[in-house]
Design a protein around this ligand. Structure first.
Ligand code: ISE
Length: 335
């Protein structure tokens, strides 16, 4: 039985506590913490056996906590991961792994010093059935080489404090991971474009933005990023191969025929869109630790690769130029 402590009792943190408690076999949540201590106390009170800690550091140091789940705000991730590594504890960190590639490098160095993998990054789309099937078809080679990806990531809204750069580092970071995973390729350069702005955006950040990427093999990627789209949470992805295309399916929805129209609802909350992927992801994580003593999902290297691309894209904004995306050599631990 794996004893887990969860840092961050906001929406995704509470959601992870619920699924670890109700659904995932072989583990129990024994601790939680939050920047606002009362949020942790309130969350702990909803379950038997969860103790609220005053802060993330105390939770990481607690002897009963064997593995840490980090679901706190993005800027706090890297420090909590480094502290978990310093205690030699497993750590599942929600995306992004850090705010920039330099902090990811520190995490990689700490994990290398430990000598085996402890870190998994919450790129849950890799566990989504649609993306997994797309990858299986691409990897089978039946459609020939992948040439292009057209993707879009549309959010209904974002919380207060959201900034233009986060359209890349917090939102499109999912595409930065999933596209290199689907293509088994790395990025060479990238560019963010500000296009005609939507009247739905009234809070001072760019919306929409378009992310353009070139990969080492010459494939091209475009991602439309909207963070105030006025209609729903809509994730689309089409990979164009030499002999055909593969397309991400919409989530399951019942079609109604009425009033001279066929219709089905579009989800609005990202946690619902990928609910099954999150369930599979955490089940797989707990299972991999029990079976092999190390996580086998997205690694600190994957978290780093996405942040290197995000940094370059954010540097390119306003320059109308592609910016090089340069990674360090890949350590053997991540081969
Ligand atoms: C959130 O953290 C996510 O992971 C969602 O997938 C993304 O669409 C949303 O914009 C992020 O804030």
């Amino acid at each position: 039985m794996l004893n887990i402590g969860v840092i961050g009792c906001g929406a995704i943190g509470r959601d992870h506590i619920r699924r670890l408690h109700d659904l995932v076999p072989g583990c129990q949540v024994v601790a939680c913490a939050d920047y606002f201590e009362e949020a942790a106390v309130k969350t702990a009170a909803m379950y038997d056996g969860i103790r609220a800690y005053a802060n993330g550091e105390a939770l990481i140091a607690a002897p009963e906590v064997q593995a840490v789940v980090i679901a706190s705000s993005d800027p706090s991730h890297a420090d909590y991961v480094l502290k978990s590594l310093a205690h030699g504890k497993y750590v599942f960190c929600e995306k992004p792994l850090a705010q920039n590639a330099a902090d990811c490098e520190k995490i990689i160095q700490a994990e290398l010093a430990h000598g085996s993998r402890l870190v998994q990054v919450g790129f849950m789309r890799r566990y989504d059935r649609g993306y997994a099937e797309m990858k299986r078809i691409i990897d089978s080679g039946t459609l020939g080489a992948p040439l292009m990806i057209h993707a879009c990531h549309r959010n209904v809204c974002q919380p207060d404090g959201f900034q233009t750069e986060m359209g890349v580092s917090n939102v499109a970071i999912h595409e930065l991971d999933i596209c290199r995973w689907l293509l088994s390729d790395e990025y060479e350069s990238g560019q963010v474009l500000k296009v005609r702005q939507s009247a739905c955006s009234t809070k001072g950040y760019d919306n929409p933005q378009i992310v353009l990427l070139k990969t080492r093999s010459g494939a091209r990627i475009d991602v439309e990023v909207q963070v105030a789209d006025a209609y729903g949470y809509d994730i689309q992805c089409q990979v164009v191969c030499e002999k055909g295309t593969v397309n991400l399916p919409d989530p399951y929805a019942v079609v109604t025929r009425a009033h001279a129209a066929r219709s089905f609802p579009i989800l609005t909350d990202w946690k619902d869109r990928f609910v099954e992927a999150y369930d599979i992801e955490l089940t797989h994580w707990v299972n991999s630790l029990a079976m092999s003593g190390a996580p086998d999902g997205p690694s600190a290297w994957d978290g780093y690769a996405a942040c290197v691309a995000a940094d370059a894209l954010n540097r390119s904004r306003g320059t109308e130029q592609f910016c090089p995306i340069q990674m360090m050599g890949k350590p053997a631990l991540y081969q």
